[in-house]
Design a protein. Sequence first.
Length: 305
Amino acid sequence: MSAFETKGLAEKTLDEATLQQWVGHSEHRTDIMHPGPVERMDALLDQPILEQPGSAIPKRTLPPLYHWLYFLPNALQSDLGDDGHPKLGGFLPPVDLPRRMWAGGRLTFKGSLQIGEAADRVSTVTAVKRKEGRSGPLCFVTVRHVITGQKSAGTLTEEHDIVYRGAVQPDGTRKTKQDSLEIAGADHDGRKQASDAIETIRPSAVMLFRYSALTFNGHRIHYDREYCRDVEGYPGLVFHGPLTATLLARLASRLNPDRTMASFAFTARAPLLDTAPFTLHTPSPGRFEARTPAGTLAMEAVATF
């Protein structure tokens, strides 16, 4: 039974003991991996991974990270917060910090989920941690998802890290570099890297809208430019973290067309925006990066096959 059903919405808080009560809360959902979302995601990416010539991966296999097209949120319109996300205090703890983003994730694949099959997902809050960052309080929430195909018995296990931050400064400015690095808990200093770009991504408002629609994501930072600027302090629309991760996973799969992905881990380092192209790189075998237009690290990932 979901935490939403057992607790209902709760008052926002930063009290450590109260937030810890959400650890262990879980929910179970079932969905069918219909082919339509896969086809629309392929259209969005412009280079269908399922049609790779010579690939030994069967077309019926769900590509890595395409599971984010299923088990979509179904909160009532009246249960959305000002940012367009479902209000906290149901399944996720009621963290009293207004800004949230994907900080990263770790995924393992055993067997393969199949397009067209029904699958079960069990989601559990496994950790809630408060920290004091250089720009103010932070709260990290980790959710573990286990997805199992009902026919294939393929299993995907994902640990999803979410970070919550305080509001932007009253003058609307934000310390983008500082915030980004401490969110990831990284030692990376933002310096430019040396490897050549393999792919250039040209983001647009239309691309971000289509991905928001595919994932039923109401978060306003991806389509409401005025909200981005005036409330969250971004100079442009924010490129979805999971979409960046999907691009990196697709690059990894394209470079290994006859192998099946066994694990994929990614960490966000800095936000990407719709204001300029960014690039994808592979600095060494098994490592993949997305870099900002300035050439600094935005997301890094490691894939095994």
